[in-house]
Design a protein around this ligand. Structure first.
Ligand SMILES: O=C(O)CCC(=O)C(=O)O
Ligand SMILES: [Fe+2]
Length: 357
């Protein structure tokens, strides 16, 4: 648990993140910015993503309508064994070491459906979604399904820039085993209450996302904080403000592993010193790997709504060190693992406190 001084120090820090314009046709220019964002924080904004303000507003309006329903109505779509549907307050506990109770948020998860021909039925991470009663919330499902498809499209465009930033072919992640049949979860969140890190009370405990990349839409209530260097003691937390029309993107553990996750503090410093002398030449001489960044949400007493979208490759994708992230001197650090095995391990760990359900 944090002491009061650390908490106060973190309140005044507001982070400035790199912004990537998805309408920029010069993808190589965007890739240079993305690399920079990975060096700086592992978090960045994307703008001009093609999701209309109207659709975004509709998704938030519908989300608010759902959470405003009586608990009894929401419990009719209580999350199933695949964690689709409604998760009430404190259902999730992301940072068991520092939290005295579950996250002070309620959520609703919409994930990847099985293919209509049934060919995905045996895959643990694809399953039918559950939906609120259309008589209670007309048009709700349609709005969410449309938003889901659009968010997936945006993630695929970001993955193309990521590929370039890793010196891979622009289409590298577009194959059927990778992002052709991705596993993607969209979660509607409603936060409330006041967090108090000194008492171990959080709206969302500190964690790194475990997928490939996450696209986050928030309302304008401040709450999200990032810790750019997870190895630094004491941790330094900075708020990430929301920017109208922009999504916040961050990279997950799976991408860190895929890109050989060597990007640690000392290399960062060394790279920065080098950068001072040789400018962007640094990028050609160092193997770049992406990294996941620790983040959390603090509640300030206002209701806060967000919609994160978590993308991972298909069930059968083999996650093994990307070809451009290894060399004679930088051998792969992790054995190859099937994406479904990797994700199942993470899901089990994240829901370990659900033994009673
Ligand atoms: O709601 C937010 O701002 C962040 C949510 C988040 O980080 C998560 O659910 O993984
Ligand atoms: Fe997260």
């Amino acid at each position: 648990m944090e002491n009061k001084n650390q908490e106060e120090a973190s309140i005044i820090e507001v982070s400035t993140l790199t912004c990537i314009d998805l309408a920029n046709t010069d993808l190589h220019q965007s890739a240079v910015l993305l690399k920079q964002a990975c060096l700086d924080s592992g978090f960045f904004y994307v703008i001009n993503h093609g999701i209309s303000e109207e659709l975004n507003d509709q998704a938030f309006e519908q989300s608010k309508k759902f959470f405003a329903l009586p608990l009894e109505e929401k419990m009719k779509v209580f999350r199933n064994e695949k964690f689709r549907g409604y998760a009430p307050l404190c259902d999730q506990l992301l940072d068991p070491i520092n939290q005295v109770r579950g996250d002070y948020k309620e959520g609703f998860t919409i994930g990847t459906e099985c293919l209509k021909d049934g060919s995905h039925r045996d895959k643990a991470l694809y399953s039918p979604n559950i939906w609120p009663n259309p008589d209670v919330l007309p048009g709700w499902r349609e709005t969410m399904e449309k938003y889901y498809q659009e968010a997936l499209r945006v993630c695929k465009s970001i993955a193309r820039i990521m590929a370039l930033a890793l010196d891979l072919d622009v289409n590298y992640f577009d194959t059927p085993e990778m992002l052709g049949n991705p596993i993607a979860d969209m979660i509607l969140f409603h936060y409330e209450g006041v967090s108090d890190p000194s008492k171990g009370i959080y709206a969302c405990g500190a964690h790194c996302d475990f997928g490939m990349l996450s696209l986050l839409a928030t309302d304008d209530v401040m709450g999200l904080q990032i810790c750019k260097d997870k190895d630094l003691e004491p941790q330094k937390w900075e708020y990430v403000p929301s920017i109208k029309g922009a999504f916040i993107v961050n990279l997950g553990n799976l991408l860190e592993r895929w890109s050989n996750g060597f990007f640690k503090y000392n290399i960062y410093n060394f790279s920065l010193i080098f950068l001072t002398f040789f400018g962007h030449m640094t990028f050609s001489y160092f193997l770049i790997s992406y990294r996941s960044t620790l983040h959390r949400v603090l509640g300030n007493g206002q209701d806060r709504y967000s919609i994160p979208f978590f993308v991972k490759p298909s069930h059968d994708c083999i996650i093994e060190c990307l070809p451009t992230c290894q060399s004679e001197n930088n051998k792969p650090k992790y054995p190859a693992i099937k994406c479904s095995t990797y994700l199942s391990q993470h899901y089990k760990a994240a829901h370990a406190h659900h033994k009673q359900t």
